[in-house]
Design a protein around this ligand. Structure first.
Ligand code: ZN
Length: 366
């Protein structure tokens, strides 16, 4: 007698507005359904794994995996699976929705443990929201302590579940419903928040929250009779940075880093140096369109690391001022910005205080 993991992939994804069924959409470099499949395999808890799918699934290079056709509704797919397993000496079945890719081995183990003492084990979450329910036109309050949000995998003694399914001919949305209808006992255990179900494209985007990186570099020549600006701060110094704008290498490198992370070319594309419009512009004002671009595309800054390369001024003396200024200009917390000073052993034009350079790495999330 062994346990079987049943992965339901036959859903039609009516609420998921995409041509491709959500189970097959790419999430973290592979089809969504393969994530929980991999977890089930790696748990080593199952002698048998059964995928229920109406789409042809390429020969999967895992042992003991069978693919069968699903039904038009979820409960019909489960029914097909149970029917298929009828004579396969199965003790327990774990029925899981492929739309929950972040299933953990730990949850599988906890469910398995409870199956030693129970014939039905279902994970659930407590409601964090206040709950109302509607009867005709009347809306009532329901104590959220009384609410159980059920997840999958839902786990059952095979024979018992099969028996209940045989006598059922109603549409049910999960196996727990069938048990409750038949007044059978279910052991509910706390599930995992990250094991949530992807129902809409927004859910998928939320899960993805990818990280992007951008690198920026800039160098400007130091010239007499110009004010020095670094990171938007006016620094008392014998020279200033020559440039079309105020020559603020820190801000220019940050802009390039941010544009790199969102894959929108570079500062020169956004502010062509042959355009008089930007002549003598304060660099801090050049940040505005870049930050708007980030905001409009739902990007936010994780952190920024800056190397300011100069012999003088001493970075340690101006570090806090620059970080405070960048924090304000970028509207991010100070502790997300790091500034390192780097001298060049008096080598080259930077060493001779004829230029200042800056390099930056930016990390963004969406
Ligand atoms: Zn520049």
């Amino acid at each position: 007698m062994s346990d079987c993991f049943i992965l339901l992939c036959a859903g039609k994804s009516k609420r998921f507005k995409s041509k491709l069924n959500k189970q097959f959409i790419t999430y973290k470099n592979k089809p969504l359904f393969e994530h929980s499949l991999k977890t089930a395999i790696e748990s080593k808890l199952f002698k048998k794994i059964l995928i229920v799918s109406n789409k042809k699934i390429k020969k999967i290079s895992y042992k003991n995996i069978n693919v069968i056709k699903g039904g038009a509704e979820r409960h019909l797919s489960t029914q097909n699976a149970l029917q298929y397993l009828k004579n396969k000496k199965i003790r327990n079945v774990f029925i899981h929705d492929a739309a929950r890719p972040n299933l953990s081995i730990n949850l599988l183990k906890r469910l398995k443990k409870e199956l030693k003492k129970n014939t039905a084990v279902v994970p659930y979450l407590k409601s964090e929201n206040s709950v109302k329910y509607k009867i005709k036109n009347e809306i009532n309050n329901l104590s959220r302590k009384k609410v159980l949000l059920t997840q999958t995998p839902q786990c059952f003694n095979f024979q018992e579940l099969f028996g209940l399914y045989k006598s059922n001919n109603e549409k049910i949305t999960d196996e727990a419903t069938l048990y409750l209808k038949n007044k059978k006992k279910i052991k509910f255990i706390l599930g995992e928040k990250k094991n949530f179900k992807i129902t809409t494209i927004d859910d998928l985007n939320y899960l993805k929250s990818e990280i992007y990186y951008g690198i920026g570099f800039d160098i400007h020549r130091l010239v007499k009779n110009k004010k020095l600006f670094l990171g938007g701060v006016k620094i008392p110094f014998h020279s200033g940075l020559k440039g079309h704008s105020d020559g603020d290498v820190v801000i220019h490198a940050i802009i390039d880093g941010l544009l790199g992370a969102v894959r929108k070319c570079d500062i020169g594309t956004l502010f062509p140096s042959n355009s008089n419009k930007f002549k003598n512009i304060r660099s801090k004002n050049m940040l505005t369109p870049v930050l708007n671009l980030l905001r409009d595309n739902n990007f936010f800054i994780n952190n920024i690391d800056v190397n300011l390369i100069c012999e003088n001024p001493k970075v340690s003396k101006i570090r806090n001022k620059i970080i405070n200024s960048l924090s304000k200009l970028l509207s991010i917390n100070k502790n997300l910005i790091n500034l390192k000073g780097k001298t060049v052993e008096k080598l080259g034009i930077i060493g001779k205080e004829q230029a200042i350079a800056c390099e930056v790495i930016c990390s963004l999330s969406r």
